[in-house]
Every structure is written in structure tokens, then in C-alpha cells.
Design a binder for this molecule. Sequence first.
Ligand SMILES: O=c1[nH]c(=O)c2[nH]c(=O)[nH]c2[nH]1
Length: 269
Amino acid sequence: MLKRRSLSPLHIFQPLFWSWRSQAWPRELVYVKAKECSELLSVEDFAIILGKHFTTFYPHVTAALIKIVEKPWERVIIDGQPHNHGFKLGSEKHTTEVTVRKGGDLHVTSGIEGLALLKTTQSGFEGFIRDKYTLLPETRERILATEVSASWTYPFGCLSHIPVKPLYFTERYLGVKNLLTKTFFGPPNGGVYSPSVQSTLYFMAKDVLSRFLDIASIQLRMPNLHFLPVNLQSKDNPTMVKFNNDVYLPTDEPHGTIEATMNRAMSKM
Ligand SMILES: O=c1[nH]c(=O)c2[nH]c(=O)[nH]c2[nH]1
């Protein structure tokens, strides 16, 4: 049984939806299934348990789609010591979408929502196509900020192909998150130059597919969140309040959103 003091963030699930809409929502069933778990599970594994239940227990249910968002409650550190029952809510969320069909066919997608990243240099926008309407000058120096949404698919087509390793999906989620972050920033001292959001997104997706052979495809969505240099010029003194790496204007809108899906030509599994 879980004790309140030892409650792990991994047990604070928020199941959102399943496709079996014609029946009343048996919320208790989710609680019952959670209580039956004797050890920590990933949200993907819990979604699979629910999907298996609905497709085996009810003769008229042919498929179950389970979506879960895991909120990142993180243990707080007070004076350098992890608190034994204090948590604070982090930002990015671990998501999953699992479809289980009667007979055992399976489709598992995992993802990250709200991974906010910003670098203060080593970013530009250059080499883009120009036409008679293009006003934007090229630059090799700007702030690059975004909020990454990622989702990736696994090649396990049926329940019997899922790895038996405990917390396998959680480990993969943390690995993908770390690698996306590392590729975005580059090494801690020099970083890596980004000529565009498009280029950085491409390398982030490519690195994930190269590193994790059990990921079949990955979709990334990265809004280009602007921090514009502020120039305040007056007629009398045009240089008096020129931008000097000092004041930036964060603008929510308008902004472009760069999005791409990268697939492996053939799964290596
Ligand atoms: O990295 C960028 N990609 C764009 O497509 C774009 N468009 C824009 O105005 N600035 C940028 N930056």
C-alpha cells in the first residue's frame, strides 16, 4: 500500500480521455487499477493496463485509447536537503497516448509538453529565401527561445513485444528530454551555433532517432518566441538609447511555429 509520505510523483496521474464514449466514465476503475499496482509504473505502462482491462473485460469494446498527462511534481530541496514530503510543480509534462485493440494490437506514443528553452547567444537567422516582400535582415546574433512539444512513437505493434524492463518508458522519456536539451544548447562552454529554428529542430530530431533505435518516429513543434532588441531613437540623439545587449522586448504574437516529423526509413528493431 502507498503511504502518503512516500507518495511518488509517478503516482499522480491525470487520465484524460478514452474512446469508449458511450458509457459512463467509471472513474473508480482507474483508482482500482492504480491501487492494484504494487510498484512504480510509467504512465505508458499504466495506460496499457487500463487499455488491456477495457478490451478484455467488456465484450463490446474493440479498442481503447488512453491519454495520460503526468504532472511533474518535484521534491523540494531545503538548505541542500531533499524534503521528505514537500514537492513543487515543475514545468514540462510527460504525456502518453496508447491504443490497445482486442487481440493485443498496440500503439504507444510518448511525449513532452511545455519544455521551455532559451539561449542568449549562438543563434541567428540566415540563409533564408528572399523575395521582393522580404524585409527581415539576416542576423548571426539573437536570443533563441522556444517551448518544445515533442511526441514519438515506438515500434511495438503488440502487447507481447513491450520490453519487460521496469520503468523502461520513463527512462526513455528522460533520455529523450535530456538529448533534445543537449542538442538545442550544445556543450556547456561554447554551445553550438543555430542558423535557424528549422536547423536546430532538424538536428534535435535526428539525434533522437540516431541514439534511440527503439523510437520509430518523432514529431517536434517549436514556436519561435521572440525577444526583440529595444532601440529607442530620438531625432535629437539617435544613438542615445540604442540597443546595447541590454533591454529585450518579449513578444508573444505574432510568431512562427516550426514543426516537423522525422521517420526512420525502416525500424531497426
Ligand atoms: O529561426 C527562424 N525561423 C524562421 O522561419 C523565422 N522567421 C522569422 O521571421 N524569424 C525566424 N527565425
